[in-house]
Design a protein around this ligand. Structure first.
Ligand SMILES: [Zn+2]
Length: 67
């Protein structure tokens, strides 16, 4: 697995992940990710992206319920 931007080598680390939705903004400080040693660009695992998308989906349900 290499960086899609610079083809650099990736190492295991964490990266912030933020999402802006209608009505709220969510930031995760340290999501497990592969971080490029060369340019620092994070690549998130599919499973982490899935997990975040499920969290966002549940937030959407909550915000709809309380709106
Ligand atoms: Zn890179």
């Amino acid at each position: 697995m290499t960086c899609t931007f610079c083809q650099g080598e990736l190492e295991r680390g964490t990266a912030p992940f933020s999402v802006s939705r209608r009505g709220y903004h969510v930031v995760w400080d340290a999501v497990p990710a592969w971080v490029c040693k060369q340019c620092g660009e994070p690549m998130f695992d599919d499973q982490e992206v899935d997990r975040i998308q499920r969290m966002i989906a549940s937030l959407d349900r909550e915000s709809t319920a309380t709106a």
